[in-house]
Design a protein around this ligand. Structure first.
Ligand SMILES: Cc1ncc(COP(=O)(O)O)c(C=O)c1O
Length: 378
């Protein structure tokens, strides 16, 4: 099948109800993921070793497909209960100062704080507070000194949708510090050179439409050298069950594992990943960008200020509307059946590749029906 028709098939799988613009929070399960759940549950119910092995094979497939999409070796991939678990493995095992924005999603900020507290001085947080929360190379450069061993950053900021320049951040920290990237809001919808990061974490419950329990993390050989696997469990020894024995963690990325993964979750992740791989991330990125353009046009036409970047290279699938009066906008969307995230003084809308025109029309109509004067002070 050609890439274009595979992409058309992918678009046809979006059977979510019209009005859904909350992909940055939660991705309703795709039809193939739903089918996989039923099939695997049947296999696991049989008790047949070959059936159990078939489901277990999905763990390998998930790692291989995630590695393929990231452009790295499958042996560097681990599956995790969630993205935050991957960040915990990374941040608890570091030493030195870690640069992070205090405006990061708590998967980075709170995990770093807890890691610092638990480390008795071994790890410290070097908080930065860059303008608009944008982690730019300049903002990082200002905070660099000899104590800094790593930068932890979201590829795409959950609040504003700002996409960092991974290659430029790598350049500014140099080859000897670790680049730890939370790719939750980009992986699967943004094509980029992910290999510049030593640690990349993501999950399947938003843009991959694979549900919870589907975290994954990549640890490069450099990461394995410099991050002590302090949270490693018996699943991280890489050999037979260590009974009557206390072996060291594995020498590769599998060290950052606590116990065997849930094969049902890994199967959902594997299917979500292969759907995206087959459709082509470039096509998905293009479609998401076109929907974001359409939403920006709607916001502009209604005079609603936007807090997200407009430059395609600096954004992904998030548009943050920042009206003077957010509550009436939020209410208008809810009343019209438009699903978005209202938080603080902003309303975040996030389309996926398969978001249909009727959903964008619902957004437009909902804003129009409530009247602009309720959103702006003008
Ligand atoms: C940027 C970012 N990182 C991490 C998470 C949470 O990831 P998980 O639930 O897989 O730990 C979210 C959830 O919204 C997020 O937006």
């Amino acid at each position: 099948m050609s890439r274009v028709s595979a992409f058309d098939d992918f678009l046809a799988t979006f059977d979510v109800e019209p009005g859904y613009l909350n992909w940055a929070a939660n991705g309703p399960l795709s039809p193939s993921v739903r089918a996989e759940v039923f099939a695997d549950a049947d296999l696991l119910g049989s008790g047949r070793p070959s059936s159990l092995a078939l489901v277990a094979e999905r763990v390998v497939q998930a790692k291989e497909t995630a590695a393929e999409l990231l452009g790295v070796e499958a042996a560097e991939l681990t599956v995790q209960p969630s993205a935050t678990y991957g960040l915990m493995h990374a941040l608890y095992g570091l030493s030195g100062a870690v640069i992070a924005s205090s405006a990061e999603f708590p998967s980075i900020s709170l995990t770093l704080e807890r890691a610092a507290q638990a480390s008795h001085g071994e790890v410290s947080a070097r908080w930065i507070d860059p303008q608009d929360g944008h982690v730019t190379p300049d903002a990082v450069a200002e905070a660099l000194d000899a104590e800094v061993t790593a930068l932890a950053v979201s590829h795409v900021d959950f609040r504003t949708g700002f996409r960092v320049d991974l290659a430029a951040l790598r350049d500014v920290i140099g080859p000897d510090r670790l680049l730890i990237v939370d790719a939750v809001q980009s992986f699967g919808i943004i094509e980029d050179d992910y290999t510049v990061a030593d640690v990349i974490v993501g999950h399947g419950y938003k843009w991959l439409r694979a549900g919870r329990g589907t975290g994954f993390a990549r640890f490069s050989p450099a990461a394995r050298e410099r991050i002590s696997p302090v949270l490693s469990g018996f699943g991280g020894v890489g050999g037979p069950l260590p009974v009557d024995d206390l072996p060291a963690p594995a020498s590769d990325a599998s060290a950052y594992t606590v116990n065997a993964p849930d094969p049902l979750a890994a199967a959902r992740l594997a299917v979500g990943l292969s759907d995206v791989r087959d459709a082509g991330v470039t096509h998905i990125e293009e479609a998401v960008a076109a929907h974001v353009d359409a939403i920006l046009e709607i916001a502009d036409r209604h005079g609603i200020p936007v807090r997200s970047p407009r430059d395609r290279a600096r954004r992904a699938g998030i548009v943050t509307l920042a009206p003077e009066h957010p509550a009436p906008l939020s209410a208008a969307l809810t009343n019209a059946g438009v699903v978005a995230t209202s938080r603080g003084d902003a309303v975040r809308v996030a389309p996926h590749a398969g978001t249909a025109d009727d959903t964008l029309r619902m957004l437009d109509d909902a804003i129009a029906s409530a009247g602009n004067e309720k959103f702006t002070s003008a």
